[in-house]
Design a protein. Structure first.
Length: 210
């Protein structure tokens, strides 16, 4: 499983931009002698409607420490049974779904490759979260999440007609652990959802999640 662990996750809206492939397009709308158009694999992408979204995938039980505790291990139970799989619609001929996803990753300048066509994110029944802060006391909550990415594209190569499509994949997965006495991050949708589920109703985290 690809994953990143952290307390907060920051997402940004990416406006549409033109991304040029590694080499200039050498294809075109020419045929192979039998009336079939040749595949053109080195075109350009215009990206639009890029959306990053955090989805809650796992939750701990409500956590309460009566006295200061050095460390904690929490089992995270899946939220539902949904399996996430990357998808590409309108895949240009000669490029393939993997090529489109890689192009999106270059456009977004992601630190790690985006999830490819053969990957899937399956709910785990033996997922644990460990915290070692040395000063745990009061109510806490832990959760797991997946960082989804959706984008529309227009692919142009040579004299061929532009191809339009959509990509849905993810940047990574992760888990978080926070005290209910603090407000969850404003851009961490999964953390806010978890706080609403697990924290006492009168806590700062639960109130901010509403």
């Amino acid at each position: 499983m690809r994953g990143t662990v952290g307390r907060v996750w920051r997402a940004g809206l990416v406006v549409g931009a033109l991304v040029t492939a590694a080499a200039a397009c050498s294809g075109g709308s020419g045929g192979d002698g039998n009336g079939r158009a040749e595949a053109c694999a080195e075109g350009t992408y215009a990206w639009s409607g890029v959306r990053r979204e955090q989805r809650l995938t796992a939750l701990s039980d409500p956590i309460w420490f009566k006295k200061k505790t050095d460390s904690y291990t929490s089992r995270l139970e899946p939220v539902g049974d949904r399996v996430y799989r990357p998808s590409v619609t309108g895949t240009p001929e000669g490029v393939g779904a993997a090529g489109v996803i890689k192009a999106l990753g270059r456009h977004l300048k992601t630190e790690e490759p985006l999830a490819g066509p053969s990957e899937e994110e399956v709910p785990e029944r033996d997922h644990y979260f460990e915290a070692e802060t040395g000063d745990l006391k009061g109510a806490y909550y832990a959760w797991g999440y997946v960082e989804l990415v959706t984008a529309d594209f227009t692919y142009t190569c040579g004299n061929d007609e532009p191809v339009k499509g959509r990509v849905r994949t993810w940047e990574g997965t992760g888990s978080g652990f926070m005290p209910c006495s603090e407000e969850p991050s404003s851009d961490g949708a999964a953390g806010r959802a978890a706080a609403g589920e697990l924290c006492p109703a009168d806590s700062r985290a639960a109130r901010a999640a509403d």
